[in-house]
Design a protein around this ligand. Structure first.
Ligand code: CTP
Ligand code: MG
Length: 178
C-alpha cells in the first residue's frame, strides 16, 4: 500500500517539475503575443514560450533520468518517455487553460485563485496522460481498483506545490508565494 502511494507520487515528479521549472525558464515571449479578447489579455505575461518549452523539455529530461534510477515507474523505452513527456506537457497545458479562464473572469496575472492554482497542472497532467496511456494511469493511480494512490496525489501534490512556491518566493524566483 505505502509503496503504491510512494510510486504514485514519485511518478508524478515530471508534472510538478514542469510547473516549477517553467518559473525558472519563464518570462520571455508571451504565448498570446500580447493579444486580447474583449480588452482582457488572452493568457497574460505569466504564460510564455520560454516557460512552456523550457519547462516541458527540462522536466522530460529529469523524468527520463528518474526512469533510469527507478526502473519500475514507467514502461521501458519510448513508451515510458512519451508518458513522461505527456505528464510534463499536460501540466503546463493545464496551467495555460487556467490562465485563460482566470483572464476571462477578469483576474489579473498572479492574482491568487484558490484551488484552481493548485489543481490546474494536476488535472492537465492526468487528463493528457490518461489519453496517451490509460493503462499506465490505471495501473499507477487506481491500483487494483484501489483509489487511495489517486486520492493521495490529489491531497499531497497541492501541498508540495505550495511548499515549493513558497521556497521559490523566498529565493526571489517567484513574485507570489502561490
Ligand atoms: N511561467 C512562464 N510560462 C509558463 C508558465 C509559467 O513564463 N507557461 C513563469 C512566469 O514568469 C510566471 C511564473 O512562471 O509569472 C509563475 O507561474 P504562474 O503562477 O502559473 O503564473 P502567474 O504569473 O501567477 O500568472 P497567472 O495569473 O496567469 O497564473
Ligand atoms: Mg499563478
Amino acid at each position: 500500500m505505502l509503496t503504491d502511494i510512494i510510486t504514485a507520487i514519485v511518478a508524478f515528479i515530471p508534472a510538478m517539475a514542469a510547473n516549477s521549472l517553467a518559473v525558472i525558464f519563464g518570462g520571455k515571449y508571451p504565448i498570446d503575443g500580447g493579444g486580447k479578447i474583449g480588452g482582457k489579455r488572452i493568457l497574460g505575461d505569466g504564460k510564455t514560450w520560454s516557460g512552456l518549452l523550457g519547462g516541458v523539455i527540462s522536466a522530460t529530461v529529469l523524468g527520463i533520468l528518474l526512469s533510469f534510477v527507478s526502473e519500475s515507474l514507467y514502461p521501458s523505452g519510448v513508451e515510458g518517455y512519451i508518458i513522461i513527456f505527456s505528464l510534463s506537457l499536460g501540466a503546463l497545458l493545464g496551467d495555460i487553460c487556467s490562465s485563460f479562464i482566470k483572464r476571462r473572469l477578469g483576474r489579473s496575472r498572479g492574482e491568487r485563485t484558490p484551488l484552481v492554482d493548485e489543481y490546474d497542472f494536476v488535472a492537465g497532467a492526468l487528463l493528457l496522460t490518461i489519453i496517451v496511456s490509460p493503462t499506465w494511469i490505471m495501473k499507477t493511480y487506481i491500483v487494483d481498483n484501489n483509489w487511495i494512490p489517486l486520492l493521495m496525489i490529489l491531497i499531497l501534490i497541492p501541498v508540495l506545490h505550495r511548499t515549493t512556491n513558497i521556497i521559490g518566493y523566498r529565493l526571489g524566483m517567484k513574485k507570489e508565494p502561490w
